[in-house]
Design a protein. Structure first.
Length: 212
């Protein structure tokens, strides 16, 4: 006798030998067999050790993450009010000759790393974005007569707005760019203009990538 029936009989006999009354062996054997059958059924339902998750579908741990559509989103007209508020900080930076006051208008370092095909994002961001920006702020401070009294006038985004494609060694995510935007400063009641050479999108907002 093999299989489940054999296991039930063997377990039933063992239970009977351990605790069956001598005067009712047949009934006790049947009862013990029933208890053994229930025990085996419970064990079968619970599964054998190490079988947990055997029927679960495998997951693809190596699948690449889905690209974030917001990274390359084109800034809408509704962002211009917020952009003008940030460009006020650029006027303050020029007035005080302190580029750190306008960090929120500068294209972020983490954005550069996420969108540019580069082996050393920190070095390239410093060389191509941050350092030229600081030099341009200082140059604007020296060039504008009475710049220490400069106040924000207005900001106008340039045109046309074009999408820069991906290119090896440059962008690995297509981004929107616009050139020759205009920042107006008011100094002692007179207006002076500063052309912003290039602005680039990041998550639906504009940032300066080249001031001059």
């Amino acid at each position: 006798m093999t299989g489940r029936a054999g296991r039930v009989l063997a377990l039933g006999l063992a239970l009977c030998a351990a605790g069956c009354p001598k005067d009712k062996p047949a009934a006790a054997t049947r009862d013990a067999g029933a208890r053994a059958d229930a025990s085996l059924a419970h064990a079968d339902d619970a599964g054998q050790p190490g079988d947990a998750g055997a029927d679960a579908e495998p997951t693809d741990a190596g699948a690449p993450p889905e690209p974030d559509p917001q990274i390359g989103a084109r800034p809408g007209d509704d962002t211009l009010v917020e952009l003008s508020a940030r460009m006020r900080h650029l006027v303050e930076a020029i007035a005080q000759d302190n580029p750190d006051l306008a960090q929120d208008v500068l294209f972020p370092k983490d954005a550069f790393a996420a969108t540019h095909d580069t082996k050393d994002a920190h070095r390239d961001w410093t060389r191509k974005v941050s350092r030229p920006f600081k030099k341009a702020v200082s140059a604007a401070h020296k060039r504008a007569k009475g710049s220490a009294h400069a106040r924000f006038g207005e900001f106008r985004l340039g045109a046309p707005i074009a999408q820069a494609p991906t290119r090896k060694g440059e962008l690995k995510v297509p981004l929107w760019r616009v050139k020759r935007s205009r920042l107006t400063l008011v100094i002692d009641g007179k207006t002076q203009h500063l052309d912003v050479a290039e602005m680039t999108s990041w998550r639906g907002n504009w940032y300066v990538t080249r001031l001059r």
